[in-house]
Design a protein around this ligand. Structure first.
Ligand SMILES: NC(=O)C1=CN([C@@H]2O[C@H](COP(=O)(O)OP(=O)(O)OC[C@H]3O[C@@H](n4cnc5c(N)ncnc54)[C@H](OP(=O)(O)O)[C@@H]3O)[C@@H](O)[C@H]2O)C=CC1
Ligand SMILES: O=C(CO)COP(=O)(O)O
Length: 336
């Protein structure tokens, strides 16, 4: 049995807290909202995120980062990427023992655009942390918290640490595979959020299953091209952190990225969503990071779906007209 400090009290923090608690580990969640902490500790629920889920008494939370980190062997990152670095800097100042940091967030650092594993290594020295692991794959918290069968990937440059985290989380409803392709997996986990926004947009515009199948297939091709030029392995895109996460996020009503796209498609404009959204929707910023990266560097690849989502989100392009433009591009071979 290990102690795991979980950063965040949101949906993914709660889903993974239940997995770890079911596996007999001691867990404590770190939150920033007293009412959420009270919900978890006193009422044994997390009403803001899961209205009907009763949590076990072993799932506890604290406003104190110091108390959360005390005696922890693992730190699990389940907060949106924009807050990760600042939170890790606070963790660093409180660390007493060497720990394993497990990332479960999907996207890039707010200021440097680094991947999450790079961000973690940027904050901590080798003497402070063990090799970094990302636990990513097709896994909506809404289903994991209901113990619906799920498979994800424990991704690390160090096989032994990946296996250690695999054992920590695996149980009869949560199956964990390992991978050593950190670059391919982390770019895939981020990129799929942009394609999920596009999937919501086409649904909101009233297009059908054929359209979504075309989007997922071409989205996979596009994200694998990008992942490979960034140093990832092409095969990774046929795995859980590639096609797996792409399917679930593009097809599920649970996805906040899909929901964002749906709202934009239904209103045929992004301006209202961009002005009022407060939900975690990593695809919005990820779209800009990838768009800017590809347009500023000579990678020799095309990213038409990311570019189209960028125009809709950041240049207020008309979604319906943008989809029509995608369909009217020069005809070509599928492998180009
Ligand atoms: N939800 C899911 O199904 C999955 C999510 N992920 C990834 O996990 C990450 C977290 O997403 P998710 O749990 O869904 O997001 P949620 O919006 O459900 O929860 C975010 C949590 O982060 C907390 N938070 C916000 N700012 C800070 C801060 N500065 N310090 C500490 N905590 C903070 C929020 O607090 P408060 O509630 O008080 O606002 C909340 O507890 C994202 O990168 C997402 O892509 C990955 C796989 C599945
Ligand atoms: O990453 C996820 C499922 O694998 C969650 O997706 P959303 O952030 O779109 O809800």
């Amino acid at each position: 049995m290990s102690k795991i400090a979980i950063l965040g009290t949101g949906s993914w923090a709660t889903g993974l807290a239940r997995v770890l608690n079911d596996n007999g580990h001691e867990i404590m969640m770190y939150g920033i909202d007293q009412s959420e902490i009270d919900d978890i500790n006193i009422r044994h629920c997390n009403y803001k995120y899961f209205k009907d889920v009763q949590l076990e008494k072993g799932i506890v939370a604290s406003l104190s980062l110091e108390k959360t980190l005390a005696d922890a062997s693992y730190i699990l990152i389940t907060i949106p990427t924009q807050f990760v670095k600042d939170t890790l800097l606070k963790v660093k100042s409180l660390l007493k023992e060497k720990v394993t940091v497990i990332n479960a967030a999907k996207g890039f650092d707010m200021n440097t655009n680094m991947r999450m594993s790079e961000t973690i290594r940027d904050v901590f020295t080798d003497s402070e942390i063990n090799p970094v692991v990302s636990l990513i794959g097709p896994s909506h918290a809404e289903e994991v918290v209901e113990r619906i069968l799920t498979a994800v990937c424990s991704v690390s440059l160090d096989e032994k640490t990946a296996q250690d985290v695999q054992k920590l989380f695996s149980n009869q409803y949560f199956r964990v595979y390992t991978s050593n392709d950190e670059i391919g997996a982390e770019y895939g986990a981020a990129y799929k959020n942009v394609i999920a926004v596009a999937s919501g947009i086409i649904a909101g515009l009233g297009y059908g299953d054929n359209t979504r199948a075309a989007l997922i297939t071409r989205g996979l091709y596009e994200m694998s091209l990008y992942g490979v030029v960034k140093g990832g392995q092409r095969e990774t895109y046929f795995g859980l952190t590639g096609i797996g996460d792409l399917i679930v996020t593009c097809s599920s009503v649970h996805s906040r990225n899909y929901q964002a796209g749906l709202e934009i498609g239904e209103s045929n404009r992004a301006i209202d969503f961009m002005a009022h959204n407060t939900k975690t929707c990593e695809g919005v910023r990820t779209c800009k990071v990838i768009h800017d990266d590809v347009s500023q560097n000579n990678y020799g690849i095309e990213t038409p779906i990311v570019d189209a989502v960028y125009r809709v989100l950041y240049e207020n392009a008309d979604p319906k007209a943008t989809v029509a433009e995608l369909m009217a591009r020069d005809l070509k071979s599928e492998q180009l």
